[in-house]
Design a protein around this ligand. Structure first.
Ligand SMILES: Cc1cc2nc3c(=O)[nH]c(=O)nc-3n(C[C@H](O)[C@H](O)[C@H](O)COP(=O)(O)O)c2cc1C
Length: 169
């Protein structure tokens, strides 16, 4: 049975929501990570991933400038890092320097990958689409990296940005 609900109430049922970090170099060459809950697979062949950002994000201008970005899957121990990357702006801070998060140069694009992530995807900007209050950037995957140790992904598990791992029954 279903009962009528407003959008705010219905959309809250989507959790857990997997989180990604998008890492983009700005016009000064500073690599800037941003936490994003709105992300999806956009094509299988060729492989493409999509992320949705509010226009005011510092990362938006950086993506348009560099035309490439890394998408990293944070592991379940990275909740604090995800909150830092998701509450501070690259416009006034170097998030990697402040947190000490370890990175390595990407292989095929001008960005970095995150060493402890579950996986990293190097993407070139394929297209963008402005929706209501977000811009969807579609990236074509040109190189992938997976962690040599088994790591589990980080999710938003409930409203109000409650982050954590998801236990499989
Ligand atoms: C768990 C979480 C999920 C988020 N998801 C998104 C998202 O999907 N799109 C977005 O534009 N901002 C999202 N944010 C907010 C940005 O990460 C935040 O505004 C960040 O400080 C922007 O960084 P920048 O200014 O360096 O680009 C999220 C934040 C958190 C903590």
């Amino acid at each position: 049975m279903q009962k009528k609900a407003d959008y705010e109430q219905a959309i809250k049922t989507r959790y857990p929501e997997p989180i990604v970090f998008a890492v983009v170099k700005d016009k000064n060459g500073k690599a800037n990570p941003v936490t994003l809950g709105w992300n999806m697979l956009a094509s299988g062949n060729p492989p493409m991933l999509a992320i949705a950002l509010q226009p005011k994000r510092y990362s938006v201008a950086a993506i348009r400038h560099s035309k490439c970005f890394t998408i990293a899957f944070p592991n379940e121990d990275m909740a604090e890092l995800a909150m830092f990357f998701g509450t501070h702006s690259g416009s006034d801070c170097d998030k990697f320097a402040v947190t000490g998060c370890k990175t390595s140069p990407a292989e095929k694009i001008d960005s970095v990958i995150i060493d402890d992530a579950v996986a990293n995807f190097e993407c070139t900007l394929e297209s963008e689409l402005t929706t209501g209050d977000h811009i969807i950037f579609v990236g074509r995957v040109v190189a992938c990296h997976v962690n040599t140790e088994p790591k589990k992904r980080l999710y938003t598990v409930a409203t109000n940005r409650i982050l954590g791992g998801v236990v499989k029954k």
